[in-house]
Design a protein around this ligand. Structure first.
Ligand code: HEC
Length: 271
């Protein structure tokens, strides 16, 4: 896969989607058609973020004035192609399982001298802006485009992460007494007009997981899986979950395991 074929992606118009009439959001409606047009792979604004991420990866930065090119994402130092499709995974150098985002933030600390906490603080941008992490993550994901998801499961800590993620998925808690399954284990469910995917079903979990990180039209920026976990936990009225925490990595491990074999399709385009 060559990124350059997308380099000249057509300019796009950022359209505010607030106050979109109901009919436009229905099957065949204007909003649905608009999404379909942007979802054409050459028109997806996500590719601009990919290009920025590639530049960030290769430009010296941080107190150590180093690039991220020596980062080991699991396939050896410097290998980015295919790495995202095989994450999360166990890393012996930290003796824990990391997802793509946690690993990139760790590489920034190790190679560039940027403290993990500093990366975490700025990881999620405001709407209509972006962050270095969002750019970097979508670049790394795009370098696995079309490759089947294959999270390794041989290490006991990888198995533990998947099991913990599964337990968390079904664990009801907080003031609403919701679990992830409350919203994500039914076919054809909707909440505030949005379709809710049934993540218990591998046929539905596959395309969902493979399409993160994504360009989120309503946010006019890229959103990552760590952001999605934070956002859903917020919706459940849980306390803010920490970026790169064991809880987020476990949930992402479980979801990724459910998506085994699905070809990566990021950047995608979502509501
Ligand atoms: C209160 C209901 C609710 C709960 C509980 C909930 N979510 Fe969500 N989830 C949503 C909504 C709403 C969306 C976004 C749908 C949209 O924007 O179209 C979403 C989206 C997602 C997506 C992306 C789906 C896609 O199509 O790309 C994932 C993955 C996800 N949730 C995982 C989780 C996990 C893991 C948990 C538990 C930690 C959880 N959710 C708990 C409501 C919920």
């Amino acid at each position: 896969m060559s990124l350059t074929r997308y380099a000249g992606a057509a300019a796009f118009m950022a359209v505010a989607l607030l106050a979109v009439p109901l009919a436009a959001q229905e099957e065949g409606g204007e909003l649905v058609q608009y999404h379909a047009m942007l979802a054409d792979r050459f028109a997806n604004p996500g590719w601009f973020f990919v290009d920025r991420g590639e530049a960030l990866w290769k430009t010296p930065a941080g107190p150590k004035n180093a690039t991220l090119e020596a980062c080991d994402l699991g396939l050896g130092p410097g290998v980015v192609e295919g790495a995202y499709a095989q994450l999360p995974r166990y890393f012996a150098d930290v003796d824990r399982v990391m997802d793509a985002e946690t690993r990139i933030a760790w590489c920034r600390q190790e190679l560039q001298g940027i403290p993990f906490e500093e990366t975490a603080k700025k990881a999620f941008s405001k709407n209509r802006e972006t962050s270095e992490m969002q750019d970097l993550v979508i670049y790394i994901a795009a370098m696995s485009d079309e490759m089947p998801i294959a999270m390794p499961t041989a290490h006991p800590k990888e198995q533990e992460a998947i099991e913990l993620g599964k337990a968390l998925f079904y664990r009801r808690a907080s003031m609403l007494d919701y679990s992830c399954a409350t919203c994500h284990s039914n076919d054809g469910a909707r909440i505030r007009l949005q379709k809710l995917s049934n993540l218990e079903d591998p046929k539905q979990a596959g395309p969902v997981v493979a399409s993160w990180p994504t360009y989120r039209v309503s946010h006019e920026t890229v959103r990552t899986m760590q952001h999605r976990m934070w956002d859903c936990m917020w919706q459940m009225r849980f306390p803010d979950v920490a970026y790169g925490s064991d809880v987020t990595v476990a949930l992402i491990s479980y979801l990724t395991h459910m998506a085994e074999g699905e070809p990566m399709a990021s950047p995608s385009l979502k509501r």
